[in-house]
Design a protein around this ligand. Structure first.
Ligand code: 5GP
Ligand code: MG
Ligand code: MG
Length: 177
């Protein structure tokens, strides 16, 4: 981690993330009180945010995961979205909340959303920790956004650089030399 750490500039501290996650959790708990909620995380990037967010939502819920690949190994989206692992429970007639680390072009969530809507959930909403609105290539409705950020490549708190740096506890901007 040390070689790339020198190229990272802090963007969101652990404390800023924790405070915002709790606000999102409170808002989601209010919106889904009394409903049959299934929270679906998109692996791998979502893992720290998902663990923190679901524990901040003071409601009973089902948790489930999809594994999706969109970037391959570079810094740029390939535009091609693959479902590597699907959820393993039905969402028909239930309230589904998809949780993502970052919405960039929107292509990943566009595909995941259409796939899940075909299964006729009672409702489908999207929550993301980060959004880069200036990068959108397809419109996708995002209901809960932790932070809207400028067009930077960010790492940490789940977000990777070629598979690494996901375990950094904060979000930083990665600046290649
Ligand atoms: P989209 O399909 O919206 O273009 O991209 C979604 C996925 O691309 C995210 O789930 C994430 O895996 C990856 N991604 C987009 N922007 C960034 C970024 O700034 N940093 C990292 N590490 N991954 C990103
Ligand atoms: Mg992701
Ligand atoms: Mg990635």
């Amino acid at each position: 981690m040390s070689a790339s750490l020198s190229r990272i500039y802090p963007l969101l501290t652990e404390a800023q993330i924790a405070a915002r996650v709790q606000e999102l959790g409170d808002e989601i708990a209010r919106d889904y009180a009394g409903k049959d909620l299934v929270v679906i995380g998109l692996l791998n990037g979502v893992y720290p945010f998902f663990a923190d967010l679901t524990r901040a939502i003071k409601l009973d819920m089902d948790v489930n995961f999809m594994r999706v690949a969109s970037y391959g190994h570079g810094l740029e989206s390939t535009g091609e979205v693959k479902i590597l692992t699907d959820i393993d429970k039905s969402i028909r007639g239930r309230h589904a909340l998809v949780v993502e680390d970052i919405v960039d072009t929107g292509l990943t969530l566009h595909k995941v959303r259409n796939l899940l809507l075909d299964r006729e959930p009672a409702s489908l909403r999207i929550c993301t920790l980060l959004s880069k609105p200036s990068r959108r290539r397809v419109e996708v409705p995002v209901d809960y956004i932790g932070f809207s950020i400028e067009d930077h490549f960010v790492v940490g708190y789940g977000l990777d650089l070629e598979g690494k740096l996901r375990n950094l506890p904060y979000v930083g901007i990665y600046n290649p030399a």
